[in-house]
Design a binder for this molecule. Structure first.
Ligand SMILES: *Cc1c(COP(=O)(O)O)cnc(C)c1O
Length: 403
């Protein structure tokens, strides 16, 4: 029953959740049906993105939206839109931004590996703020006025990487940006749930917000959502869609692209590299409906019980288990296993490696290793997986007898 086994590859047990390295989120049956059914007929892709825009608008309150090939793709397209607006000449030249504003202001503490996406569109970062609590040199993090002070004639926008603890609050940064007439692009890729974030982040006035489709929404791994201002969504969509047509024949859906704002048809834009298929679009929209309806909440109780059983099976071994539940009751619980490395005679890092290299490979969450913790995220686990995971953890957590 395993396509990977049929092709000679042993599948792993994914106890890490919807991480890209291990293939993203499990797609619900309705999402897989949508993918298959979408493949059976054809529709023009711009018309389909018009439908996507209406659906995304419904769930987010945005003026418009489009489906992208991931949140990173949404970042690139959102940047491109802010760089070009409806200017066909600029679209043609990206990522060459010679002669027009292309600086994006970003807090040093927001820089991360995904900002390649912003730079790939042609933008150049201007960094602000320090993270003095981390360097031990002070108490203050980046402040809103620093964004304003860094904006000048070459500024095209502000990049903000959202999380609930992000500082300063997004609405303060939006206020500073809008005072200067500049747009704010928000990376909120993994900030769902809570479901309320679909609306709340945009409600700060942020101009464009990016979400992953392949994380908590459980759409195809290579999907994302870009939502926000209608004119910017149009500029983003047009730089992603295939443009091999005649202007006279081109009939884009007005809710997505206002044709009257264009004097000609651009050629393929910088985002043509990031195309999404009709199957991906219908699948992620179906997943978005499920996610927004709260359909996934029904799984919380079952995983809670399974994780409790797993913790019970580890009693007596040199590890302490803590079951963690989200306050909003919209995220799956997870298990934090803190190792007594001295008694065990091995580090959490070594145990993590042995689990991966065992048979089958077991991938637990690795973001607590420096605190001696293995994390079990149950998103992908079925009852057979729980049995294997319990066996492998029990084996690896036996104290080593030192001769
Ligand atoms: C996951 C993530 C991304 C990338 O999202 P994809 O949908 O995989 O492209 C970007 N930014 C942050 C902060 C993320 O967590």
């Amino acid at each position: 029953m395993s396509i990977y086994a049929d092709w000679g590859l042993r599948p792993i047990i994914n106890a890490s959740g919807a991480v890209t390295r291990l293939g993203g989120a499990p797609m619900p049956p309705a999402v897989l049906d949508a993918f298959r059914n979408a493949s059976q007929e054809c529709v023009p892709l711009d018309v389909l993105q018009g439908l996507a825009s209406r659906e995304i608008t419904l769930h987010t309150g945005a003026e418009a939206g489009c489906v992208t090939s991931g949140a990173a793709a949404a970042l690139l397209l959102g940047t491109a839109a802010m760089l070009t607006g409806h200017d066909l000449g600029r679209m043609e030249r990206l990522p060459d931004c010679t002669g027009f504003p292309h600086e994006f202001v970003v807090a040093r503490e927001h820089r991360n590996g995904y900002d390649h996406a912003v730079r790939t569109a042609g933008a150049r970062f201007v960094e602000v703020g320090f993270h003095e609590p981390i360097s031990g040199a002070g108490v203050r993090r980046v402040e809103a006025w620093e964004y304003g002070a860094a904006c000048g004639p070459q500024t095209a926008g502000i990049l903000y990487v959202y999380q609930s603890s992000a500082h300063p609050p997004l609405k303060d940064v939006v206020e500073v940006a809008h005072d200067k007439g500049l747009p704010v692009l928000v990376d909120a890729a993994g900030q769902l749930p809570p479901r309320s974030n679909l609306q709340d982040i945009l409600a700060t006035g942020a101009d464009l917000v990016c979400f992953s489709g392949g994380k908590a929404i459980r759409g195809p791994q290579a999907t994302g959502l870009l939502c926000g201002r209608r004119d910017l969504i149009a500029a983003a969509a047009i730089q992603m869609l295939d443009m091999d047509d005649y202007f006279e024949l081109w009939n884009p859906p007005p809710e997505l692209i206002d044709k009257t704002k264009f004097r000609g048809l651009p050629r393929h834009g910088i985002g043509r590299t990031l195309k999404v298929s009709k199957e991906q679009i219908m699948a992620v929209l179906t997943a978005l409906r499920l996610f927004a309806s709260g359909a996934y909440d029904a799984e919380i109780a079952g995983h809670h019980q399974s994780l409790q059983q797993l913790a019970a099976a580890l009693i007596g071994l040199p590890a302490k288990c803590r079951l963690i539940e989200s306050a909003d009751q919209q995220s799956l619980p997870w298990l934090e296993i803190t190792l007594d490395e001295a008694t065990l005679g091995r580090s959490a890092f070594e145990v993590c490696r042995s689990l991966r290299n065992g048979s089958p490979g077991v991938y637990v969450g690795h973001w607590g290793l420096e605190q001696r913790q293995l994390i079990v995220n149950p998103l992908h686990l079925n009852s057979a997986d729980y049995a294997v995971l319990t066996r492998r953890l029990s084996e690896e957590l036996q104290p080593r007898v030192v001769a």
